[in-house]
Design a protein around this ligand. Structure first.
Ligand code: PLP
Length: 737
């Protein structure tokens, strides 16, 4: 089928553009710019102050702009034409992509992908962390590879909280209030030409859900929104913030995502070939689809079997609190009428008791509705997000699944995460095409030619990325400490911190306690000796948010902040506020070492280490999540081994000691071992191994191919093609498979 799924939309913000520059409007409303730096540069030429302030082209174009200057600038006009030409070419060329020809062209419809959050870019605040960033990278890659694909999510007008850290180290939360008319999203248009609304019945009223569309290259992602005047004041906030805390409101949110999402797709006349639940938050889509089949005349069990046949599910966490559960009485009361059809004609009718039965958790507790268990029972295939996670997931969910949970390891969208200096080297010396990774061609296996990059140039590119981080971080620290009321002399100190010549460790992630962010502080004296060594110093940059309800996580932030201001560590340890995709890019591109020390095996995959590795940053990590399979012995370091002690404190201590030993005996010496030109040759060699061992294996290109072959094509009733033979063939579909 056509690789691009089309969602009709209504016009957006009413800014005026000179007719010669109309292309900017199309470009602004396509997140293509979020992974094409030259498109972002173009918007920063349009209005550099506006770009710096909003980092969002629609907001830039909504400002007042001196167009006559731009129209008179041949350099600007040439840049404009180049960017628009590449953009148009990108949108036109899908059918030529190897993945489309091999895997996607025989699909009858798109893959419908449901996720509660998407991380596309920092200025579209509808994500909280790794799950969202993975979903964003997945959608961008589906676009690059021309997989027919449509995403469904929620439009959070107040997003995830913005973090500040006060002078005592307390995390403060502020919720932004996005002006949707200035976001790069458009209202979807219904068949009647009006803004599309879909109904979701709640007890005693019918909620109206507005449907927005964010265009991600070729891929549309529908964002559902309850904050419209048609709804009662008390229902409008349902979609305001990510993972709202109140249980009933959360259930409403997940009904909007699952049920509203299916109805939005139907209202647009789209017929998916397969349905992918990325995480269990969207699981009500399965119930809604069963209800549809029953309304169409199928008996209940047959309806459930049909739903199961073309649905697939990804499980994302081995931490039990990460699996959503609701009290069955709440589900009965809130979702019962909707599912049962409430006696209304032609509404289908899926008895809520059957749904609750299918959602019984692996502990058999009949009082809880478990979204993960429900999703596992009603899907054709499921995967965990690393090989190690598949082992733990199969052990946990043994009683629920009928076939093994696959291990499809996460990846990253390389063009989003690799810094421009490094990317230029990969393209120049290796004939790489990061926009189109392809393992099967000689050009594609560019990572095997990594040794062709001259050491001085690899080092220079890395140092450029490091300097960019230093400049950015100093600015952030300055505004943080100015806000705390620090003296000008203290602020001046900050202008010379984060010397790029100093070995720099980065640690940034959610501050869930199992991630043990403060492990490095186990022995302060030993750490201080490392940091302040006269010839071979070390510095550490932290960033990360703790969930507003996670007090222990917030205490870890406070500990790090307090340590960073203590006399022993001050000037060598820093924590940046408000971790987001922008800070993540600076850090994964601009430190030397990426540290990750979770309590094994609680990290399902992790992706920030993959972003770092692709940039030649070296991972030092516990053998957990992706690193358990990514570590090759020569591409970084492993903290501890694969055995775990039953006593957590003993395990923490052992891991901390091993981390210090690695730093003292291996990492610091290798970094500071220089040749006469000042180059750390052994370190650069490790950087090369870091890049070459990960840039394909932990890319979303490889990941999406695996999803297609192992989950999407089977769910869509297609055989997985033999690459030598060309196109896939249709399978004989057996009933109720
Ligand atoms: C990549 C990323 C994450 C995921 O990081 P982990 O390795 O899973 O801890 C979280 N937040 C942001 C902003 C990211 O860019």
């Amino acid at each position: 089928m056509d690789p691009a799924v089309r969602v009709p939309t209504l016009p957006g913000a009413s800014f005026r553009l000179p007719p010669q520059l109309e292309g900017l409007r199309r470009l602004a409303y396509n997140l293509y710019w979020s992974w094409h730096p030259e498109a972002r540069v173009l918007f920063s030429y349009v209005d550099s102050a506006g770009w710096a302030r909003y980092r969002n082209p629609v907001a830039v174009l909504s400002g007042s702009i001196q167009w006559s200057d731009h129209l008179a600038s041949t350099a600007f006009m040439a840049e404009y034409h180049d960017v628009i030409r590449d953009f148009d070419r990108y949108l036109a060329n899908g059918r030529e992509h190897w993945f489309h020809r091999l895997h996607a062209r025989d699909l009858d419809g798109p893959i419908a992908y449901f996720c509660a959050e998407y991380g596309f870019y920092e200025s579209l605040g509808i994500y909280s962390g790794g799950l969202g960033v993975l979903a964003g990278d997945h959608a961008k890659t589906a676009s690059d590879m021309a997989l027919p694909f449509i995403g469904v999510g929620l439009l959070y007008r107040k997003g995830y909280f913005r973090q500040t850290i006060d002078a005592d180290g307390h995390q403060e939360h502020a919720y932004p209030d996005y002006d949707v008319s200035r976001l790069p999203i458009l209202r979807a248009q219904g068949v009647d030409g009006e803004p599309l609304l879909v109904p979701v019945e709640l007890p005693g009223r019918t909620l109206q859900v507005a449907v927005w569309c964010v265009q991600v290259g070729r891929v549309p992602v529908l964002l559902l929104d309850t904050d419209i005047p048609e709804n009662d004041e008390s229902d409008r906030p349902i979609s305001h913030i990510l993972y709202v805390r109140g249980r009933e409101m959360r259930l409403h949110q997940e009904l909007v995502l699952g049920v509203g999402g299916v109805r939005a797709i139907r209202a647009l006349g789209i017929a998916p070939a397969a349905w992918h639940l990325n995480e269990g938050h969207s699981a009500f889509l399965l119930a809604e689809r069963a209800r549809e089949y029953v309304a169409g005349g199928l008996p209940l069990e047959e309806a459930l079997a049909r739903v199961r046949r073309d649905s697939v599910f990804t499980i994302h966490t081995p931490v039990s609190a990460g699996n959503e559960r609701f009290e069955v009485d709440l589900v009965r009361r809130v979702a019962g009428p909707l599912l049962d059809g409430d006696g209304r004609p032609n509404t289908g009718g899926v008895p809520v008791e059957r749904i609750l039965e299918l959602g019984r958790g692996n502990d058999g507790d009949a009082g809880q509705f478990d979204m993960t268990a429900f999703s596992l029972r009603l899907t054709n295939g499921a995967n965990a997000v690393s090989k190690l996670h598949a082992v733990t997931a199969n052990a946990t969910w043994q009683a629920v699944v009928s076939k093994p949970i696959l291990g499809i390891t996460n990846g990253i969208h390389t063009p989003t995460w690799v810094g421009t200096p490094l990317r230029e080297l990969l393209e120049r010396y290796l004939n790489a095409d990061l926009d189109n990774l392809d393992e099967t061609t000689d050009r594609g296996r560019f990572w095997e030619r990594i040794d062709r990059i001259p050491a001085p140039e690899l080092w220079a590119a890395h140092m450029r990325q490091k300097r960019e981080l230093a400049i950015f971080a100093r600015g952030r620290l300055r505004s943080q400490f100015a806000r705390h009321g620090e003296a000008p002399s203290v602020l001046e100190e900050l202008d010379s911190v984060l010397d790029p010549e100093v070995l720099t460790i980065g640690f940034a992630r959610r501050f869930a306690t199992y991630k043990r962010a403060a492990l490095l502080f186990t022995d302060i004296a030993r750490l201080a000796r490392l940091l302040w060594d006269a010839d071979r110093p070390l510095q550490v940059v932290f960033a990360g948010k703790a969930h507003p309800a996670d007090r222990p996580g917030q205490q870890v932030i406070q500990e790090i902040f307090t340590r960073s201001r203590s006399p022993e560590l001050r000037g060598r340890v820093f924590i940046l506020e408000d971790y987001d995709m922008r800070i993540a890019r600076f850090l994964v591109q601009g430190v030397d070492v990426w540290l990750n020390n979770p309590r094994r095996p609680l990290e399902a995959s992790g992706t920030s280490g993959m972003k770092a590795a692709a940039n030649g940053v070296i991972n030092v990590s516990v053998l957990d999540g992706w690193w358990d399979e990514g570590y090759t012995g020569d591409n970084g370091w492993a903290i501890g081994g694969r055995e775990t002690k039953p006593d957590e404190a003993a395990q923490d201590w052992a891991d901390a000691m091993d981390l210090y030993r690695l730093l003292e005996e291996e990492i610091v010496p290798r970094y500071y071992d220089r040749d006469p030109q000042g180059l750390p040759l052994a370190w650069i060699e490790t950087m090369r191994r870091s890049i070459s061992s990960t840039i394909w294996r932990f890319s979303t290109t490889r990941m999406l191919r695996d999803y297609a072959e192992q989950l999407y094509l089977p769910a869509a009733g297609l055989e997985v093609p033999d690459p030598a033979a060309g196109a896939p063939r249709r399978q004989i579909i057996t009933e109720a498979g």
